[in-house]
Write a protein that binds this ligand. Structure first.
Ligand code: ZN
Length: 160
């Protein structure tokens, strides 16, 4: 297990489409372990492989309900709408509001190569959409309907 370097906005790898994983070999398992370590060390809720410089369709998420590892995730269903407040480990110090589905159903493989289905609502739906966007070279700042500065963010945190 190791902490990997998180690529920052401006690094062109964040703009490329990641490739499907065709074989879950040791490299992919080590990648999953390292991505979880890197996410926890950075206090993030999710991380996609391109953010650590690997163009593979691999995502880790932990919104405080335990680690979720997804290989080749695909959004199969989405419904409703929510306005989310988002940041990104690759874009430090920037926050914005994004319109996301309120609920998504995602299919993926787990580390054992088994098909899994994840239903996410609220923050989990947000995290799934944000991380899967990374696999297609999309950043939340592309979709933000409004940016929020540090002062406003602090006020929002005090209110909640
Ligand atoms: Zn991100």
């Amino acid at each position: 297990m190791a902490i990997r370097n998180i690529r920052k906005e401006g690094d062109e790898i964040l703009r490329k489409r990641a490739r499907e994983v065709t074989e879950i070999n040791d490299n992919i398992l080590i990648l999953l372990d390292d991505m979880a370590d890197t996410m926890y060390e950075a206090n993030g809720a999710g991380l996609a492989a391109p953010q650590v410089g690997v163009l593979r369709r691999v995502v880790v998420i932990d919104i405080g309900e335990g680690l979720v590892e997804l290989i080749n995730p695909v959004i199969k269903e989405q419904s409703g709408k929510q306005i989310t407040l988002e940041g990104c480990l690759s874009i430090p110090g920037v926050w914005g509001e994004v319109e996301r589905p309120a609920k998504v159903v995602v299919e993926a493989l787990n580390r054992h190569g088994e098909n899994i289905t994840i239903e996410g609502e609220g923050f989990m739906a947000q995290a799934l959409c944000h991380e899967i966007d990374h696999l297609d070279g999309i950043l939340f700042t592309d979709k933000a309907i409004r940016f929020i500065d540090e002062e406003e963010l602090e006020m929002m945190e005090q209110e909640s």
